[in-house]
Design a protein around this ligand. Structure first.
Ligand SMILES: [Zn+2]
Length: 246
């Protein structure tokens, strides 16, 4: 091979590698987690707790093995505030950043709603059943601790008002009341300690899964899945954790 062709093939290799890096690893060349090539089985590379943690989410809730809730774990929900919200595609899920959200109070500590996002199938399972979608309402205390309220969705006939608003507002700012996500009976739920379901999979997250399942139309579920249809982590071992029921 003469020098010119050697130089040309090295240049081609470099350009090809750079394009590959940009497509697969982001412009910085950094590898990002996802649900495919760098999916849940590899997340230990992005946060060691994803691999080593003993209290990970999501879980399969076995209803017959739940305990009745400790009164200190009962929450007070005050989500009903109409707020400015921006709907973004965060690269893993459709997410709604809430400017001035409501809050959940647990054992005297207020957790303010920061954002909610959707998974194209539910992450949590109940007695082995995976639901058609789930919304996770992520709350943060002043000390930085996290509390997530999960609202399960099943395909039904009627369209869901707030899901439609989210779908209509991708890339935009709008006004919405996150309480519209909650079921009529938000007083019945499962509680357990878990983790973030995406890297870095940090633990000590209080999880509340609403028992009453919400419904969204077939078209809405399909529209959600046009963004992400398999952005759910597989269920994780319970490792002796207690799941409470209210
Ligand atoms: Zn989530």
């Amino acid at each position: 091979m003469n020098k010119f062709f050697l130089a040309l093939s090295v240049a081609t290799f470099l350009v090809t590698t750079a394009v590959y890096a940009e497509e697969h690893h982001g412009a910085s060349g950094e590898v990002h987690w996802n649900y495919d090539e760098h999916g849940p089985a590899h997340w230990g590379e992005f946060g060691e707790t994803c691999q080593l943690g003993q209290a990970q989410s999501p879980i399969n809730i076995l209803t017959k093995q739940t305990s009745s809730i400790d009164k200190n774990n009962i929450i007070a929900l005050n989500e009903s505030i109409t707020s400015s919200a921006s709907v973004i595609d965060n690269g893993h899920a459709l997410q709604v950043n809430v400017e001035n959200g409501g809050m959940v109070t647990l054992d005297g500590v207020d957790y303010k709603l920061a954002q909610f996002h959707f998974h194209g199938k539910s992450e949590e399972q109940i007695d082995g059943k995976q639901y058609d979608a789930v919304a996770h309402m992520v709350h943060k205390s002043a000390f930085g601790s996290l509390l997530v309220v999960a609202v399960l969705f099943e395909e039904g006939k009627a369209p869901n008002k707030i899901v439609q608003k989210v779908l209509d507002s991708v890339g935009k700012s709008t006004q919405m009341n996150p309480a519209d996500l909650l079921p009529k009976n938000s007083n019945s739920y499962f509680h357990f300690m878990g983790s973030l379901t995406t890297p870095p999979c940090s633990e000590k997250v209080n999880w509340y899964v609403m028992k009453e399942v919400q419904s969204a139309s077939k078209e809405q579920i399909a529209a959600l899945r046009k963004f992400y249809d398999h952005n759910y982590r597989p269920v994780q071992p319970l490792n002796g954790r207690i799941v409470e029921s209210k």
